[in-house]
Write a protein that binds this ligand. Structure first.
Ligand code: ZN
Length: 310
């Protein structure tokens, strides 16, 4: 697939307190790993407008996050929840992360590429319409999905979440919008505690595949093939979005699954084949978690390389 990397250098400016796992080094690790790949074309992320953000988030919430960031002093952090903290520059980083995902959709819809990987932080899939949580400020994947539906007038889009944590914020969208399919493979029990198999959304547009700690690549791939692929095929999305977290890697300190780089490459190839079958090869992936920097870099590179080779 003709593949883009949408790069958000403002990711470096979203600083967090010392010892926080979602730190600037994650961006650098992925950037350096992707720099060694020949195929993808790179573009710089553009900040999102507020109207696009407010397709998913409430205006009150957007103003609350913006105000928290902009009132932070030069060396100060403001806590939005127990583990989600912002500095003055976090607002620009979050807007550019959402804007990068939107730009990826626009470039693909214009025919300039098939697939994209958005290299950006902060992550987004835990952010709910009116609530920051789990290191996430703006839910970029939900914002980009709504952009594809409302601006490009697509009928149905799918969000597939391969992060080790359940994407509770993205599921919120599918629970109120039948045009959205949400499918997630995640460890359970684990933060944020949502994502039971019994959570099925509207007419089955939510598919949760909770997996026990210790689950390795073979069982993970089987869950994808038997639990997710048929439901996704039945939904027939016009566009596939991927919350590409790499914290299901066996080395990751935030989760207990046991995936390897080859499993993320396999997932990219599978998702690309589903996109080719149903969605005119249209696929946008956005970086979510991944907290062991060497494993994160290698996993993201394996994922993007497999997309480009698909
Ligand atoms: Zn995660």
């Amino acid at each position: 697939m003709r593949t883009l990397v949408i790069d958000n250098p403002a990711s470096r400016m979203h600083r967090v307190p010392p010892g926080h796992p979602e730190h600037e080094g994650r961006y650098t690790a992925v950037r350096e790993a992707l720099a060694g790949l020949a195929q993808p074309v790179w573009h710089a992320a553009k900040p999102s407008g507020i109207a696009a953000v407010e397709r998913f988030h409430t205006a009150d919430y957007v103003e609350r996050v913006r105000a928290a960031c902009l009132t932070a002093g030069p060396s100060e952090w403001i806590a939005l929840d127990l583990d989600t903290k912002v500095c003055r520059e976090s607002w620009d980083a979050a807007l550019a992360t959402a804007g990068g995902a939107i730009d990826a959709v626009d470039r693909i819809m214009a025919g300039g590429a098939d697939a994209a990987f958005c290299l950006a932080r902060p992550p987004g899939h835990h952010a709910e319409p009116d609530r920051a949580m789990g290191f996430c400020l703006l839910n970029s994947i939900a914002i980009a999905a709504l952009h594809a539906l409302d601006v490009h007038k697509l009928s149905r889009v799918a969000i597939i979440d391969i992060d080790v944590h359940h994407g509770n914020g993205s599921q919120c969208l599918a629970e109120i919008d039948e045009r959205v399919f949400f499918g997630s493979l995640h460890q359970s029990p684990l933060y944020p505690g949502t994502g039971a198999a019994a959570e099925t959304g509207l007419n089955g547009n939510v598919v949760n595949l909770p997996l026990m700690a210790g689950t390795g690549g073979a069982a993970w791939r089987e869950a994808f093939e038997t639990g997710l692929r048929p439901a996704l095929a039945a939904f027939r999305p016009d566009f596939i979005f991927v919350s590409a977290g790499f914290d299901a890697h066996e080395r990751d300190p935030a989760g207990g699954l046991a995936l390897l780089e080859a499993d993320f490459a396999w997932a990219a190839t599978e998702l690309a084949s589903l996109a080719a079958e149903f969605a005119s090869s249209r696929l946008v992936s956005v970086l979510e978690g991944g907290y062991d920097c060497p494993a994160l870099g290698r996993s993201a590179a394996a994922f993007v390389h497999a997309l480009a080779e698909a």
